[in-house]
Design a protein around this ligand. Sequence first.
Ligand code: SF4
Length: 433
Amino acid sequence: MAATLAAKTAGRQGAERGVAILSPQPTALLAWYDRHRRKLPWRAPPGRRADPYRVWLSEIMLQQTTAKTVAPYYARFLARWPDVTALAAVPLDEVLKAWAGLGYYARARNLHACARAVVARHGGKFPADEADLRALPGIGPYTAAAVAAIAYDVPTAPVDGNIERVIARLYAVKTPLPAAKAEITRLARALAPRRRAGDFAQALMDLGATVCTPKTPACAFCPFNQSCAARLRGEADLFPRRTPKREGALRRGAAFVVCRADGCVLLRTRPAKGLLGGMTEVPTTEWTAEFDGDAGKSAPRFVVPRVTQRSKKSGAASSACSPPPCGEGLGKGVRSAKAVQPPPLPAPPPQRGREQNITWRRLPGLVRHVFTHFPLELIVYAADVPPRTPAPKGTRWVALPKLSGEALPSLMRKVVAHAFPDIHLSRTRGEET
Ligand code: SF4
């Protein structure tokens, strides 16, 4: 049935051009895979069944992220939490901290929720059935098919961007993406063999990553080159077809880097739901397309600390972590370190104690970041406050040397790097685009 659908499709595409096209043979791809398979840290050796936990962990990490970026994170996670039960037993915060820098943080929250669900619903063993896998948090059709095929040899097809490209070319799929997804998935599933389904899925992934590449596919080395409709038409680079994307509107905002004289930086935790949910950040304004530079309303406000003899001696706000002096330009309502007198700050919200007179400095340049749905530009303001200054409600002080251990997303790592060019946070930056 599966082979019939694939053969019919190839025949249909070929007939339109009067070209005889052979049906793609899974055995040809498997033979190629046996010779050219990539060695990846999460891949089981030839002939060995893969561990579903490792397959799932790597597939979640690899979403929108390169294998090179994922490798050290995968190794750290596995060393720390060697199985799903160990991962389920730790608090979410630990997982978010270990994930920091890898981007797309909803994945980390779902990873943790999924580990707990596997323990609670399936006694710590990942199910083999795709429908059961899809019922788990954070597991969509792709990951369910990948775990089922690679770990349990279920004859199904995980369809990621690489496989989408191979199948769209193999059958010269006319419908543009993303509308073609269902058709491509149907064709990929129809092609999956009953034996070695896991190897076949990984072979398609490898073919897409190393031979059937986006710009210049190396068709001469492809095991499907006698059965590829796009190649036989001389149009490999025209597939897959795509509907042009509309880019999200630019959003803008401001970030506030506050240093206390004892070398601590002011941080807060984002709400659990939504963009970068549960991650750590310096206080910011909202990020909107309408941001007009008026950052004053959102700047953190501080009460005057109680003065002790020691803090008197140490001086008021000469900070141990002070960012560089100001550049040009002022947000409305934000004070400058220069002599220019900006408009006064808006009235502070009612607080106990007297409010400190903070001098904000706008740092030169902008921090730019691109999320999946929109690009973002942040102005960065810096300020110093004296020792013993209490953190405003909803924020906390964190010593600079401990910043690396915080769940700072890539955007916030850029903000920190902008404010403290000499500080290098130890984790690798992920691809949070
Ligand atoms: Fe891709 Fe060329 Fe192989 Fe077709 S023949 S699947 S275009 S590498």
